[in-house]
Design a protein around this ligand. Sequence first.
Ligand code: XIL
Length: 418
Amino acid sequence: MKAITQTCLLSAALLTVSVSARATEKPGTLKETFKDRFLVGTAVNRGMVTGGAGFRRSPEQTAKDVALVKEHFNQITAENDMKWQLVHPRDGKDGYDFGPADAFVNFGLSNQMYVVGHTLVWHSQTPNWVFAGTNPPPTNATGNVAANTNTPATNQFGRGRFGGGFGGGFGRYSGPRASRDELLQRMREHIHTVVGRYKGKVKSWDVVNEAIADGTGTNVLRNSLWLEIIGPDFIAKAFQYAHEADLNAILRYNDYGLENPAKRKKLITLIKSLQAQKVPVHAIGSQAHLNVSISFETMDQTLTEIATLGLPIHITELDVNSAAGGQRGFGADIANNAATTQGGLVSDADKKLTDAYAGIFRAFLQHRDSVKVVTFWGANDANSWRANGKPLLFDGNSQPKPAFDAVIAEAKKASLAK
Ligand code: XIL
């Protein structure tokens, strides 16, 4: 009896020691752990950089989110505030609203972070005035305004995260249009003004976002107002203007769904053609809005093929949806993403998320020559655009999830962490 009591006491003591050792032995931060391989970034929202309340976050919660951002990340991207709709909502001399974008850049610089600008030319979150003019829109055989065939391509900015702007009833602009020259002139002025303002401060820009068509059809480019009004060289022009505005900025082409072989093939076709024309594209941005069915093999194959372009790869918007409704395919267009985020979590969601993140990071680590930046699309589950899918490494209270441990464990296996 005495012996048993002693053993119990001893193991209790040992337990206390190991528990307290564990509590004091903090796992490394993301930025420290991966510092020899790539930057680890996050999208930040307006509340975080202005010190106010965030989207559905109280000032106290936002302060906690900010602490998490500072602790773990050495790179930031503005989740919305540099999009045309927000930074340049009106035509004319007083058309720009630079306040939030300035706050974002200052936040990054004062915290020694690598600042990324997102995004200059996109079919979404772009105000109607940009495309408006006096040319009647084209009509199809039945006399209706030609339909936008492959995307809800909104130009609205919704009230909430998914509100309004994602299909949900708002079509794209269908009124009289600008001419090619007018639209090119507006694009040039916008890019020169925005890139010029942050020259030397914003180190990298998503110059063109999501220009590639989904699906297995033969169209490489998505049907958008940019394409219809300017023609396919809108992409080359955008890169040329951005390069003029800041010769040292790293200019990215950014898109989603590159884990899908058909879409990846189109990316390679597009970028090779830009390279043949000597267009200044400096890096490939792969959004990586994934779901828990993603495998190491798929990520490995994706990175191997993109790397053949000979450019650095930046993972620009990483998240891994574990909502049941989000399991249909690789990060769909934003309209579909919003829709497919609905529904409960997949069964055993935490475990699946953990395994998915382990495979994803194993692939990033193996592709060390290519992957230079890994940006999460949000710091924790509460401020994710796909919050229902609990897609990030930290929960809504900024506590690390098992997926966080798995990512650190991958670094250890690659002998990055002690
Ligand atoms: C999303 C933001 O996270 C949301 O807050 C906003 O309402 C819509 O846009 N691809 C992109 C990002 O390039 O800009 C999108 O961000 C997500 C998909």
